[in-house]
Design a protein around this ligand. Structure first.
Ligand code: PLP
Length: 398
């Protein structure tokens, strides 16, 4: 006899909070269950490097295990890592952060985003963010009690957010502007002069900027601008960075936040009760990445760039118009010539040609009519995917 008969279906329905129920499941993972059962399928879906972590970085992690360094670290993370992050931000962007008080080591930018939102938002506070944008931005805002206010962007501007469009959405309840450049899903990079205009709006209306710069190192022929390095913005920016993309360390789960001591204190308060600390082994590996990973980053970026060019040309050749993405790991071609919605396109392409892409609509309303394709996959797979997509477009093109 089982004393633990499951809850009644009514009870089960009521168990889950309204807030969580109101959040849609991530549109990215939807197709991947089908994909894993398909032989000969090619995935341009998941947005992560296809390189293994550079060996000397992995070795640092292994060595720390061998030495028995397997305990918690301080909540804020190993001081040596915070010092390395501060040095890195200084040599790259000329920024000065105090490693003792202004840097927090997080479980990836994912945790950094959650902490930032929970640290700054009061109920109903509004967060303005470009549409389309990374799938976590809306849910992280809502889970922290805030309201997510998307700002439409257009392909005519390469999906860059216009400062005037941001300003139109500022209200008395606006607490933050949440930016992610280089952008996921579009691959757009904003220039310093363009970001300076958004900074002006933030300053004028006394709004904090949360800047997700996970792709800062993945830029091709343009310079990345660190938002906090804009005049007067260091005190007004929560900078989120990480190791997942630049060093091919997605599974290690480590990143950092840099901001004023007051904000970092508040983020650390949430972090110490919910996460305690980032994994020690990953922190040790991250120290090695910052100290000696530069050559590997450059090599990987050059390789992504080659594949980016092949994919970009391929899409334009088969009639899927695509602007040039100058950062991250994605092309974002229009699929409007097929007359299919992004969702239909992705679903049919997977069924008919066994190629997985992510519908642009998963990233916001302005992503409708586009699909996100990741080029961090073997060149031969990119070429084969392009052939299959060419066939598909010929069949469905009007
Ligand atoms: N921010 C953006 C824009 C991303 O694309 C991703 C992962 O795809 C993340 C954050 C998550 O990064 P992390 O692995 O550091 O948690």
């Amino acid at each position: 006899m089982s004393a633990r008969t499951g809850p009644s279906s009514k009870h089960a329905r009521d168990v889950i909070s309204k807030r969580v129920k109101g959040i849609p499941p991530s549109g990215i993972r939807k197709f991947f269950d089908i994909l894993s059962t398909m032989e000969g399928a090619i995935s341009l879906g998941v947005g992560e490097p296809d390189f293994a972590t550079p060996w000397h970085i992995s070795e640092a992690g292994i060595y720390s295990l061998e030495k028995g360094y397997t305990m918690y670290t301080s909540n804020r993370g190993l001081l040596e890592l915070r010092q390395e992050v501060a040095r890195y931000l200084n040599r790259r962007y000329g920024l000065e952060y105090d490693p003792e008080t202004e840097i927090l080591i997080t479980v990836g930018v994912s945790e950094g985003l959650d902490l930032a939102m929970r640290a700054i938002l009061n109920p109903k506070d509004e967060v303005i963010s470009p549409d389309p944008s990374y799938v976590s931005y809306g849910p992280c805002t809502v889970l922290a009690g805030g309201e997510f206010i998307p700002v439409p962007t257009k392909v005519e501007n390469d999906f860059k957010v216009m400062a005037a469009d941001v300003e139109k959405r500022v209200t008395a309840r606006t607490k933050a502007i949440l930016l992610g450049y280089p952008n996921n899903p579009t691959g757009t990079v904003m220039l310093r002069s363009e970001l300076a205009k958004v900074a002006e709006v933030a300053r004028k209306h006394d709004v904090i900027v949360v800047s997700d710069e996970i792709y800062e190192r993945l830029v091709y022929g343009v310079e990345h601008t660190c938002f906090a390095s804009l005049p007067g913005m260091k005190e007004n920016t929560i900078l989120l960075g990480g190791f997942s993309k630049a060093y091919a360390m997605t599974g290690w789960r480590v990143g950092y936040a840099a901001a004023t001591a007051e904000i970092i204190d508040a983020m650390n308060k949430v972090h110490q009760y919910t996460m305690l600390c980032a994994p020690r082994i990953a922190q040790v590996a991250a120290i090695e990445a910052l100290k000696a990973g530069e050559a590997a980053v450059k090599e990987m970026v050059a390789d992504y760039d080659r594949r980016r060019r092949v994919m970009l040309k391929g899409f334009n050749d088969i009639g899927l118009a695509c602007f040039e993405p100058r950062g991250a790991l994605y092309c974002f071609p229009s699929v409007k010539v097929t007359g299919l919605s992004s969702d239909e396109f992705a679903e049919r392409l997977l069924k008919e040609e066994k190629v997985a892409v992510v519908p642009g609509s998963a990233f916001g309303e302005c992503g409708e009519g586009y699909v996100r394709c990741c080029y961090a996959t073997a060149l031969s797979d990119i070429e084969e995917a392009l052939r299959r997509m060419g066939r598909f477009v010929e069949r469905h093109g009007v």
